[in-house]
Design a protein around this ligand. Sequence first.
Ligand code: IMP
Ligand code: MG
Length: 503
Amino acid sequence: MNNSENRDRLLQGVKVLAIVCNQWGDTGKGKFVDYFSDWADVIARGTGGANAGHTIRIGKKEHIFHLIPSGILYDANGKINIIGSGVAFDPRVVCEELDILDKEGLPYKNLFISKDAKLVLPQHLVVDRIRECGDSGKIGTTGRGIGPVYEDHVARIGLTVNDLLNPRIFEGKLEQNLKEKRRYLAGFNTNTIEGIMSHPHLEHGSFWNSTTLFDVNAIMDAYGAYAKRIQNMIHNTDGMLRGLMIGNKKILLEGAQGVLLSVDYGSYPYVTASDCSLSGLAKGVGLSESDVDVTLGIVKAFYMTRVGEGPFPTEFGGEESAVWCGKKGITEQSELGEFGTLDVNHASAFKQGVAIRQAGHEYGATTGRPRRTGWLDLPLLKYSVGLSGRNVILTKLDVLDGCKTIKICTGYQYKAKHTYRVGERTIHPGQCIDEAVVDSDVLKHCDPLYEEFPGWETPICGIRSLAELPENLQVILEFIRKKTGINPRIISVGPDREQTIVM
Ligand code: IMP
Ligand code: MG
């Protein structure tokens, strides 16, 4: 059977398809949301916010979108795009994205925004960014206000998109919320706050007030203008989506970030603030996990990446890489200037990591930061598929073309000098562990244990069937399948739609 027949078979009888990521994000969800958008009637996002980023190609131009689902390009075909209730919604960002669509002459008449999405306000960006200024306690966030907006939701002092429709109520809630933020910010230097607020993401300082910190009128004006622009898109999308599901529409749920960044299941506290697992995604669009017929969990292979702080046992070059990637101002260009184009077989682990970053273009879509790179970690993968299910899409395999040795992490040696109690077990110095203990205080002391495999020489980007893939690659696939129980359904051998093998 060919790939298109296999795709039909995969989608047979499916009404709700979810695409999530089994790692720390950036595994190529965008390609597969696009790949399945022609099948779907509805494309919905339920988690995260402007911290996510996907590149959308419009004609010859590439644009980075953060909030509007990738399915928007199918609006003209009548597809519905939804920004769900679980999303941290920044109206400024969406207005910018609408500007791009307007400029390109692309319609968005079927774009709906949940009335219950959590509203990002200037103070959320300020709090997020000021926390990242210090030397300790850094998470390496994207600075998009994601943590503070969800905190406010749980603290029951948050605003929602619906508040944009009722300016008087909006103002009251805004004042109330700002009271708390001023109290919190009183502990920080006002110059620092002013500096943060001069950023373009905060309308170049127009919200700044030297006595009250925040100029309520300026915020009201800006949010009033955003509201005017998007008011007709604001809907009860939870109810709408349930209705569409009952009406037999085909629904594609677009995950954001990855399970290992989930606030509930990830490497806490180095996580984002929404539950970007399958259950969080379903909940974030008003459905339940059991409504999802098929989940495809994306796995970058045979390497993985992480952006921001936090443990990453298989990182190429370990600490050296973490420190380098954490430096301010490093971009794809500057790294190229510093190292030139490096060989994926470089003898230094750190430089091999840079080489793989270059080969895979692993630089953040939202912040431009270099993504930390490392070998595929099977204990973590086994943990993730326990949450996302066994059906996976393997992506970016072509990046390792020509790599002589592929290492696959099968366990760890705990290298801390102290014992550590985690629930019912105690981990001792020097102990070998073959399952992931998703606790940052354990993971940060885990030295990976590897199984090594010979790589493949010839480029795989032109291959369109499993049987034609190099034997060495198939051996690794089989090994991973046995070790983790994954069921690979799709293998991606390049960024293009056609570069896809469906099993
Ligand atoms: P926040 O989501 O901006 O609060 O950032 C928290 C952590 O999640 C940081 O380590 C970010 O780098 C990471 N993060 C957030 N969004 C993404 C994403 O889309 N891809 C990869 N990492 C992300
Ligand atoms: Mg992304």
